[in-house]
Design a protein around this ligand. Structure first.
Ligand code: GTP
Length: 365
């Protein structure tokens, strides 16, 4: 018979120590899990979701810019949670980080521990994952999701009973479209077998080792909303999906329509803002500007007649009159001079000033 775990006392580890290199330059000053997403730090969505599943105590495994996490979330009481922080002096990788953070857990050796990657937006049922783990007495139960193009990820085949049979690296010819969704339930005593004080990857070392040793590693397959916000395009998509209500989050700062305007922002009545965009605190969108599917961070300015599509404009940055951005990241305090066009993955580093273009078209006023 299925045993029912006391989810109310479930403890969690949140992995937030990565450098977020794919999201540079945004992550040069702010770790990825703290980037504003639909108006609040990304992690606020994960914390609120974990709490909605009855998690009460969460250990943050920090490394890169560790002190910023405590500054943002403190002891967690404002969120109705108890938060602890365990910092690695040098990054220990995903497995090493779990082992290090586990020192702050207070649960027993057979209890389940939830481990979450700090850059995943997921609508899956954490209770169902924990129930499966407990009822089958697994060593680890991984949330697996299905993606259209698994060649961008390592893939995770299972047998007919849900047992994971291998952990395969990225390949152009994946054997399944099921991938590791970055949310695990570990039996506490299994964490204690991860080597201490050295770099360990759960994906490359711990999970393949457990499978090799004949331990029960289970796949919990659920294809609810899922997104890894590791790249600028995915980060923008996550924020947009939250604003447009494609994923519900208890952490949303308020009701949104086509876009979310945070307090002290100014959007000209003659500007068009849409597609789940966010206009940050103190940000300004001037007359004739078009902003769609984008994140405008605090204090930035989009000048008259400028166009910003599917892009991030960093804090304090300026996009001057008539400039066009599509699929671009503009770093903190950078300036895109008037009438420049930046497209397809361009990234402007913090403080860079792109002078205005002297070219004028007959249609320009
Ligand atoms: P990229 O550099 O862009 O690949 O991003 P990342 O550094 O976040 O790496 P990745 O997306 O593979 O990491 C998955 C999760 O594990 C993220 O939530 C990271 O914050 C976290 N993580 C990765 N490496 C470490 C580490 O060495 N220590 C800790 N504490 N967390 C880590």
């Amino acid at each position: 018979m299925e045993s029912s775990p006391d989810i109310g006392h479930l403890q969690a580890i949140l992995l937030v120590g990565g450098q977020g290199t794919r999201l540079r330059p945004l992550t040069l000053g702010t770790p990825k899990p703290l980037l504003p997403t639909a108006g609040v730090p990304f992690l606020a969505h994960q914390l609120a979701r974990a709490k909605s599943f009855g998690v009460e105590r969460i250990v943050f495994a920090t490394s890169y810019r560790a002190s910023m996490f405590r500054e943002a979330f403190g002891d967690g009481s404002a969120f109705g949670l108890r938060l602890e922080y365990m910092t690695e002096e040098t990054p220990l990788g995903t497995g090493g980080a779990i082992r290090n953070a586990a020192q702050a857990l207070t649960c027993g050796p057979d209890d389940p521990v939830l481990v979450l990657n700090g850059d995943i937006l997921s609508g899956h049922d954490i209770h169902a994952q924990v129930r499966l783990h407990q009822s089958r007495g697994a060593a680890v139960t991984l949330h697996l999701t299905e993606v259209e193009d698994p060649s961008r990820f390592g893939c995770v085949p299972t047998d007919e009973n849900g047992r994971v049979t291998a952990f395969l690296e990225k390949t152009p010819y994946p054997v399944t479209n099921r991938i590791n969704a970055g949310c695990y339930v570990f039996r506490r005593s299994v964490i204690d077998t991860i080597p201490e004080g050295r770099v360990v990857s759960v994906e490359r070392e711990t999970f393949p080792g457990l499978i090799e040793a004949g331990e029960l590693v289970l796949g919990y397959i659920e294809t609810a909303y899922w997104l890894d916000v590791g790249t600028p395009a995915a980060y923008i998509q996550g924020s947009r999906d939250l604003v447009l209500g494609r994923l519900r989050s208890p952490a949303m700062p308020g009701p949104c329509g086509e876009y979310l305007a945070l307090p002290d922002s100014i959007v000209s009545p003659e500007a068009k803002v849409s597609g789940g965009s966010v206009v940050g605190h103190g940000a300004i969108v001037e007359a004739g500007a078009t902003v769609s599917g984008s994140i405008l961070l605090d204090g930035c300015v989009v000048g008259p007649g400028a166009t910003v599509i599917d892009s991030v404009v960093g804090p304090g940055a300026r996009v001057e009159g008539g400039a066009v951005l599509s699929d671009v990241v503009v770093g903190d305090n950078a300036v895109v001079g008037a009438r420049n066009e930046l497209l397809a993955g361009a990234r402007l580093w913090p403080g860079v000033v792109l002078p205005e273009s002297s070219v004028r078209f007959s249609s320009d006023v």
